[in-house]
Design a protein around this ligand. Structure first.
Ligand code: BGC
Length: 452
């Protein structure tokens, strides 16, 4: 298996999922802080991220763990409400100090920080004012981005603006499976999406304008990958069309073109504009200019794909999966080719250097009698997915891979019921134990993939 010599090998986390320290250090409340309090049965066993991995107090230990595991890059996110508790207004110096220490610790240990500005911690005060529906949201986010640039860009070069708008708009406000569990009409979620994209663009502008050094700025969306059922050119074409087309299943938010074409091309896909005409927000040329502020790198979180072939009618046809297909502890199908076709389709269309900003597997991990965690399925999964990625790297510009996740954490609506970590966390004692996959990944990193 071959990757470029400067390939970035990393691991990823997000703030609410690992930090804990919920009422500490002057932090404000965000949507998840507030909505998980309700104990309404929407989160597995009514669990919350108030303490989670207690990373807020244990970050030094966690950085040492990364060092021991040979991890070269760490993708983490900042909780907006630690920096600006009410979303706008006063800056919380204690929050700045926390992330400064984390960044210093990473740099001192030769781990390159990749900072995500928004992995779903919408400040409650802004949500009360309409959140993503409020036309001021892009400016509020821009202000936050400026603070991030001013305070951290002397040491951090790599930034991702927003993580998975498909989820923080779609899952939260369309499907109602994430906080605040709403199912709003398309007209409202489409408005949110437009404001979220403008917020992304304004953040790129502010990061760049206030940067202390030249930056690599990217974006980190997601969605399942359409996989051609065979190698026939017509099936490949069908998969490409399905991947960039209007989703045939689930809500409108599960798609790629709506969220990425505007960022790269400065326009929404025509097919969508026609299809959603009656629900569209007002879209101006100035908006599109902001949204398409050039980015340097393109991140994509990729976990799975779905099979597609060209139908008799010349349109992509979604196929059912084979009986007994392999799946994870989160019931997601194992589809390694997603890491070939996804980056390939994205590169063919957008021509930007690609980072896989998340990929990983939920397993039924536990501490075995010998005190270790033998997660052979995670090793096999990652080996297969990386194999597909190395094939993609022969045809596309693939710059890096971030395993999701560095450690087991609060899995949103699934609470602590799903474990994605390379490192096992005992949530009673906060003891960390690297799983077998963590030591395997260390070898992958050391050999730049050659050991697979
Ligand atoms: C999210 C992560 C999440 C992971 C596994 C991604 O959609 O960015 O926060 O933990 O999937 O569900």
């Amino acid at each position: 298996m071959k990757f470029r010599d400067d390939f970035v090998w990393g691991a990823a986390t997000s703030s609410y999922q690992i930090e804990g320290g919920q009422n500490e250090g002057g932090k404000g409340a965000h949507l998840w802080d507030e909505y998980v309090k309700e104990e309404n049965g929407k989160v597995f066993e009514n669990q919350r991220g108030d303490v989670s991995c207690d990373h807020y107090h244990r970050y030094k230990e966690d950085v040492q763990l990364m060092k021991e595991l040979g991890i070269k890059a760490y993708r983490f996110s900042i909780d907006w409400t630690r920096i600006i508790p009410e979303g706008i207004g006063a800056i919380n110096e204690e929050g700045i100090a926390f992330y400064n220490s984390l960044i210093d610790e990473l740099v001192a240990n030769d781990i390159e920080p990749y900072l995500t500005l928004f992995h779903w911690e919408l400040p409650m005060e802004l949500y009360k004012r309409g959140g993503w529906m409020n036309p001021d949201m892009p400016e509020w986010f821009a202000n936050y981005a400026r603070v991030i640039a001013e305070r951290f860009s002397d040491r951090v070069k790599n930034f991702f603006t927003i993580n998975e708008p498909q989820c923080f708009v779609g899952l939260s406000f369309s499907e109602g499976v994430h906080a605040p569990w709403l199912q709003l009409p398309d007209s409202q979620t489409l408005l949110m999406s437009h404001n979220a994209l403008k917020a992304h663009g304004r953040a790129v502008q502010e990061l760049r304008a206030h940067a202390r050094q030249p930056l690599n700025i990217g974006y980190a969306p997601t969605s399942g990958i359409a996989l051609p059922a065979t190698d026939k050119p017509e099936d490949i074409e069908a998969a490409r069309q399905a991947y960039f087309g209007i989703p045939q299943e689930g809500t409108w938010a599960w798609n790629t073109a709506w969220w990425s074409d505007p960022v790269i091309f400065g326009k929404y896909p025509e097919e969508f504009l026609v299809h959603f005409e009656k629900d569209l927000p007002k879209i101006t040329d100035d908006d599109m200019k902001i949204i398409s502020e050039p980015i340097d790198i393109y991140g994509q979180n990729i976990y799975l794909g779905y099979p597609v072939r060209m139908g008799e009618d010349g349109k992509p046809e979604l196929l059912s999966r084979n009986t007994g297909y392999a799946k994870s502890a989160s019931n997601w199908p194992m589809t390694p080719d997603a890491l070939y076709w996804g980056p390939k389709f994205l590169y063919d269309r957008y021509k930007k250097p690609i980072f896989i900003t998340e990929n990983g597997l939920a397993c039924h991990d536990w501490v075995h009698l010998d005190g270790k965690i033998h997660d052979s399925s995670r090793i096999d999964f990652t080996a297969r997915y990386l194999g597909a990625l190395s094939r993609a790297a022969e045809e596309a510009d693939i710059r890096g891979y971030f395993a999701w996740s560095l450690m087991d954490n609060f899995e949103w609506a699934e609470g602590f019921g799903q474990r994605y970590g390379l490192v096992y966390v005992d949530f009673q004692t906060q003891k960390r134990i690297p799983k077998d996959s963590a030591y395997w990944y260390r070898e992958v990193i050391r050999t730049n993939g050659a050991c697979i």
